[in-house]
Design a protein around this ligand. Sequence first.
Ligand code: FEO
Ligand code: CA
Ligand code: CA
Length: 626
Amino acid sequence: MDIKDTVDLSWDDFDELRQPRAAENDFDKVVDRAISRRGFLGRAVAFGSGAAVFGSGILHSSTSARAQTAGFAFDPIAISTDFNLHVPTGFQWKPLVRWGDALVSDAQDAYSADNGVPVAMSDKVFGENTDGMETFTHDGHVLLAINSEYVNPKINLPEASQGVPQTADEVTLLKNMQGVTVLEIAQGNEGWAVTLDSPYNRRITHETQMTMDGPAAGSDHVKTNADPDGMSPKGTMNNCGSGKTLWGTYLTCEENFNGYFGATGDYAETEALIRYGIGGEGRYAYEKFDPRYDLTQEPNEPNRHGWVTEINPADPSSTPIKHTALGRFKHENAEMVQGKDGRIVVYMGDDERGEFMYRYVSNATWSEGQPTDGLLSDGTLYVAKFNDDMSGEWLPLTPETTGMPIEDILVFARMAGSKVGATTMDRPEWIAANPLRVEAYCALTNNKNRGVKPNAGGDETPATGPNPRETNNFGQIVRWRPTGEDHGADTFTWDLYVMAGNPDVYDNAYAGSDNITAGNMFNSPDGMAFSSDGMLWIQTDGDDSNEGEFAGQGNNQMLVGNPETGEIARFLTAPNGAEVTGLTWSPDRKTAFVGIQHPGGSWPDGNGKPRSSVVAVWRDDGAVFG
Ligand code: FEO
Ligand code: CA
Ligand code: CA
């Protein structure tokens, strides 16, 4: 397969194409009968008195009996299929920052509709494909840290290249359009805007110098020719979801790092490389121009990526830290909470079909004002096991439980999870913890391989527990409540907050759960965040063809879910082609900042190239929302 034929693939389709797969087995035979056979899913229980999501114990019913949305502080909107962005009546939106917008005065003319951004200006502008982001306040300044997950080479490079970089400069351009942007914003007569030339404005790219801590730092797995001590990795890549520490720093989560590496010659194919989908040709041909990305020359370089990386937005000269104690996998986001005793707890998903959900717990406790040293480097990594009886447990990944040295456990966390029998999940994306109740939610975006084939480690993927549908193209959101209302507890109970589906097309489990209606349906939940009033904001990254089993679902969207009643209402629809990902609020919570990634058409400018953007959304009456 030529690299130019893979340029337009999504990351998961790219991995699917090149990930070595087990030969056809019994699972493959299941797929043909999957949809017709599964009439209903049977047993499911609801939490508490108010959560009647699956009250009848049956996960679907006729459309007429489905929940009606009510009680939201906005009128839910219809689907859209156009190339614009829509919000409810009484709300306004405008772009806050677009791909190519300047961070410094020198770069004000850097972007052009015809040519995008020149390489010389590429680290002085906002990157492409916005994703996770968080708001910070420091000395009266409002700062945003925002991920730029990946690049669309056809948009960034000259048309003649067909999206394949031809020179080292073109590789540099692609590298610089990704990573993290820290920028200051301020509110003026025109609303929120980027503060040009703020000393806080900063780009962190594939080339930025970093450090590493935790048990795998300095291990043989992470040593390279350029860094024989294995303590000084460069760069962060495929920055997907985000997190915010309780002490006010940013966590950027490295997801599809595997696709950045390729081989120009021979290399040793290992079980670990296969499990992580590393090998062959890189997506962006980096390896042809930069030995760091060449498996033939630097076989350990991929081990220095796939981590949760901490950045201090308040100090532009600070060195980002890769925290190996939190494990290496395709990190979606990092949701930090505290256990009852004050230990730091971080929930994390590994977004790959049939991979796992994780939790990190620090050894030390913390309270505001205390030192933070060691909180993300000295602790235990756990992996989730969900039981069919709606109970679950966090299984510690230790040398005793896995038979692996600790540095192997962390660098090859997926293999450690397989050893202890973790539950294979339907692509764990964002995890969000309810600020008003001790519970957390994980978006399981979809998994066409559920019940069809094992994961890349050979773990089976039966349609059971929180992943109950074979060939799951719609996705669901699982939530769990820790025992004793303590995020530090090792056991929990779980249910499904929602199963997405299409009640217009199906009259079985693929119609979705009772809180899915013809008026609010969607597919592929992905980004999630709670507002301060305890409402769950759900962003989608799915099939926006509005055809077939996705008919009536329109473009990707952002919805609001009530955790108590299960009701879900559509708040925003994206331009066709885009996913909605990344959500944070201004400090006064009167403005939401929403990420619109890979839009189609020529949104938002109406001419030239489509521009991934963060938009500001606010109420006409200026009231708090969120
Ligand atoms: Fe970058 Fe799993 O989304
Ligand atoms: Ca995502
Ligand atoms: Ca996704």
